[in-house]
Structures are given as C-alpha cells and as structure tokens.
Ligand binder design. Structure first.
Ligand code: ADP
Ligand code: MG
Length: 511
C-alpha cells in the first residue's frame, strides 16, 4: 500500500498526464487549477488562466446566454452538466469540445468547487464531415445510377418503336427525317446516361477496340459544360494515334476526372489542352514509362496551366483518398484513373511544375491486329432474322413488348416470361426445342445467370444472351463478366438486338 503522500503525488501526476484538459474552479467559476492538457488545448498557460473566469478567457460567442444559464442552473443544483461547447483559443481560433462539469461538495453538502473535463472534438468533427461527404457522394451515385437505369429502358422502347414506325414508310417520305431526328436525340440521351452510369460506377465493362479521338470528340461538349467558360479548351488529335482496347465509359471517366482536376487547379481560368499522338517504344523506353512491353502506344495527354503539384503531391496523387482539397476532394479521381489505365495494360505519368501547370500522360497499347474491327465492320449492315424458338425473359412490360415485337417480325417464334421462375415453368411446358434464352440480368427472384444455369440442366444445348442497362451490384457485374455469356446492352436498337440474337444462335459452343 503506498502511503498518503505517495497517493497524492500519484493523483497529481495522473492529472498532469491526462490527455483531457482538466479545470478546477471555485464556486464562482474562478479557475484555481488547470492541467498541462488545458494549455495544449487552449494555448493559455496556468499563470494566464488562474484567477480568471473561463468566460473571460475562452468564451467564443457561439452560444446564447440561455445556454450558459442552463449550464449554471444544472451545476448549482448539484448535478453534472455534460454537453458540447464551442470555445476560443488564445490565437483566436474556435474549436468544438465535449465537456463534463461535476460539482464538488464539502462535508455539509455545500458546493465548493467545480471540476470540468474537456475533450477536443476537432478531429472527430473533421472525420464526421469526411464520412458524411463520402456518404453523400455514394447516395448521389446510387440515385444517378437508378435514374439512368430506368431511363435506359425507356430509351430502348423509343428506339425500337421509332424504328418500327419507319419500316413501312416509302424511301422519300418526309416523316423519315422526323423519325431520324428522334433517333439522333435518343442516341444523345443514351450517351448522357452512359456518363451518369460511369459516374456512379455501375456500368458493365465492354472493352472494345475504339478510336480514342472519337471518344474525346464526343465528350467535348459535356466537358465544356463541366469546365466552365473561364477555361479555354484546346484539342490536338492526331488521326494516327491508333486504336486501343478499352471500355468507352471507362475512357470517358478517365477524361472527365483529368479534366475536373485541371479545372480545380485553375480557379481563375487558364488553358486545358487534350491531345493524342502515336509513339513507338523500345524495351528500354517502355520500362522507363512503367510499361511492360515494347510496342506501339496511343498517347493521350491532358495539360493545364494551373497551380501545379509539389513533389510530395505528385508522389501520392494516385493514392486512394489522397487529396489536397480538404472536404471538397474525395481523393478518388486519380486512383480510379490509375486503376482503369493499369487494367487496360497502359500507364499514366505526371509531370508538373508549381505555378506553371500539370500534364498527365496516358499510354494505352495500340491494338495491333485489325481483325476484331474488320469482323465488327463486316456484320454492321445486315439485320438477319431466323425461325428459331427464343425464350424472352424481361420484367419491364414496355421492353418486353418492344423486344418481342422486333423478334417476331424477324421471324422468330417467341415465348415470353416475366420472371426467371416463370421462364423455367414455360420451358417445362414447351414440347419442342428452345434454341435461345434472352434474359434480363437483374430480375426479381431468380436472376438471369441463375436462370441460364437452371435451363441448361434440362436443355444443355440452349444458347443464352443476357441483357441489361447495368447489373446493380458489383457481384452480379463480375458474375456476368466471368460467365463469358454474350451480352446486349440496353438501350438496344432493332439492329443491335437482331445482331445479338443471330450471333448468339450462330455461336459454335454453348456460349
Ligand atoms: P481530388 O481531386 O478529389 O483531390 P484526385 O485523386 O483526383 O482527388 O487528385 C488527388 C490530388 O492530386 C488533388 O487533391 C491535387 O492535389 C492533385 N492534382 C490532381 N490533378 C491535378 C492538377 N491537374 N493540377 C494540380 N494538382 C492536381
Ligand atoms: Mg479529382
């Protein structure tokens, strides 16, 4: 057992060591003792604090007189007061703190002192704000994704019936031009929804061979709106840049993120330049740019005349959640860009000078063979029908009607079902062959992938074609990508539907 002196010494050492600021005042609120944490929190030394009322030292003016009245009433009645308070440091900055004030009574029960224990809430509040911001982004993303999904379905219906309406018209009928205007507008709307889905990261990946110049040109108008008028946009697109294999939505996402960063770096305006060019890299040069292979690359640069980045910022810029923009930044832009580019076997490098500007250079491997392209071109014009039996599973009534109308006009025998379960029952009842199942990925109950698996237990040779605007969760998305089943993106047109169906039917292996 330590003796009394020791206990006192230990008590006082403990109070000194406490992380929380501790203040003892007399009955009138005059400070008679403070610990070192109080000085760390407020900036006032013990000498400056003792003999004063906290009111005169650290009151911030953030609270109404009633707030303090309530506090005093509580503690003078002998009760503990607990709450949050905003106070002011010696240097004038205000800070939030959590405070517990406990009255101390003498042997007669009379209050002689108050003990206040304070905890700095600055860091906790900052974290809370950050989490709130992240949650807000997530819910905006969900909302955008949800609207885009329904919107896509409607666009599919407009496309299909617009095309069907034009079918019977003579070649020189003026209504053909009206219908074409409708289709053009639908295409633009579909591009917008793709961008919304890219923003909410809910798109299905379709790496395909594309011309980066075309994607940039298509995106310019939207970028213009995003960047604002104070920034001059320049494009220098080399038509020999080459073709690359990447998902359109992802390439758009890369460009949008880089352009937004450039905008943020130029709050008082400046120049944003987007350029493309081809480059041939030997082994050495490729390794220097962090690339695995020698060969031809399409180079995409996004340059600004903004603030530039320090060496430290450059070193950390691709880290997820690294941001120099406080709560306005997510720190996810460049991390996402980096992920997309690496996934496409390319690389992205920064070169930047403080005060002069920044250039982000993206290398994407050029696709050597034109095989894939030629195949795509060859089958573009035809819309071939057939006489096979197809099972169409779609829960959206309008899409179901549009798709079945097109398929029947093409000569197919169509069985429709609203759900996976109903499709199984239909297949059970149907005596003859079913050559193909066309199913929405996301269905209430049994989903598209599950349905294909179940159908193949009974009919191992049945071909399958999945369709969706986006599978809503990443599990489903990965499942679809890994299944290797052909996939038809909504909104579809009569030609993309007829081609998708024909290709799926003609594929050699059960796909
Ligand atoms: P965020 O934009 O949300 O901060 P990013 O991952 O897009 O996150 O960017 C990370 C950081 O890299 C930014 O906070 C900024 O400091 C720096 N940065 C990115 N692009 C530029 C640029 N064009 N000019 C200057 N700094 C940039
Ligand atoms: Mg950013």
């Amino acid at each position: 057992m330590p003796d009394t002196i020791d206990v006192q010494r230990l008590h006082s050492a403990a109070l000194d060591a406490a992380a929380n600021a501790i203040v003892i005042t007399d009955r009138e609120g005059i400070m008679v003792w403070v610990n070192p944490a109080f000085t760390r929190l407020t900036g006032f030394s013990a000498e400056e604090a003792l003999g004063k009322n906290p009111r005169d030292l650290i009151k911030s003016g953030a609270h109404e007189p009633a707030f303090y009245r309530d506090l005093w009433q509580t503690v003078l009645a002998g009760n503990v007061w607990h709450g949050e308070m905003t106070n002011r440091r010696k240097d004038g900055t205000v800070y939030p703190e959590e405070q517990t004030i406990t009255p101390v009574k003498d042997a007669q029960g009379k209050i002689t002192h108050f003990i206040a224990i304070k905890q700095d809430l600055t860091e906790a509040k900052r974290l809370e704000a950050q989490i709130q911001q992240a949650q807000k982004m997530e819910s905006v993303g969900h909302l955008a994704g949800g609207i885009a999904h329904d919107f896509n379905n409607l666009l599919g219906v407009i496309t299909v019936f617009g095309e069907l309406a034009g079918d019977g018209l003579p070649a020189d009928d003026p209504r053909r031009a009206d219908l074409q205007n409708i289709q053009d507008a639908v295409q633009r709307a579909a591009t917008l929804t793709r961008q919304l889905l890219a923003f909410s990261r809910q798109q299905v990946l379709h790496p395909r061979v594309l011309d980066p110049n075309a994607v940039i040109t298509d995106l310019m108008k939207m970028l213009g709106r995003l960047i604002g008028e104070d920034i001059e946009m320049i494009t220098e697109l080399d038509k020999n840049a080459g073709r690359v294999r990447i998902d359109t939505g992802q390439l758009e996402q890369v460009l949008v993120n880089l352009a937004v960063n450039a905008r943020d770096a130029m709050p008082r305006g400046g120049k944003l330049r987007i350029a493309t060019s081809p480059v041939q890299l030997d082994n050495n040069a490729a390794h220097q740019q962090g690339l695995e292979r020698a060969g031809g690359y399409a180079v995409l640069t996004v340059s600004d005349t903004g603030s530039g980045m320090s060496a430290e910022t450059q070193a950390r810029a691709f880290e997820p959640f690294f941001t120099t923009k406080g709560t306005k930044g997510t720190g996810l832009g460049l991390a996402t860009v980096h992920g997309i580019i690496r996934q496409s076997h390319g690389n992205i490098v920064i070169s930047s000078t403080i005060g002069t500007g920044t250039t982000l250079t993206v290398f994407l491997p050029q696709v050597a063979s034109h095989e894939e392209e030629r195949r795509a071109m060859a089958r573009e014009p035809e819309t071939q029908g057939g006489s096979e039996t197809v099972l169409l599973v779609e829960d959206d009534a309008a899409i179901r009607l549009a798709a079945s109308t097109v398929l029947m006009r093409l000569g197919y025998m169509v069985i429709v079902a609203l759900t996976g379960e109903e499709a199984l029952a239909q297949a059970d009842r149907h005596q003859g062959a079913i050559h193909l199942v066309i199913s929405d990925v996301v269905l209430p109950g049994l989903d598209g992938l599950g349905l294909v698996g179940r159908l193949r237990e009974q009919r191992p040779k049945i071909k399958a074609l999945l369709m969706s605007g986006y599978p809503s969760d990443s599990m489903t998305r990965r499942g679809v990508e890994q299944s290797g089943l052909p996939f038809l993106e909504k909104p579809f047109s009569t030609s993309s539907l007829s081609r998708g169906v024909r290709d799926a039917l003609d594929s050699v292996t059960p796909n």
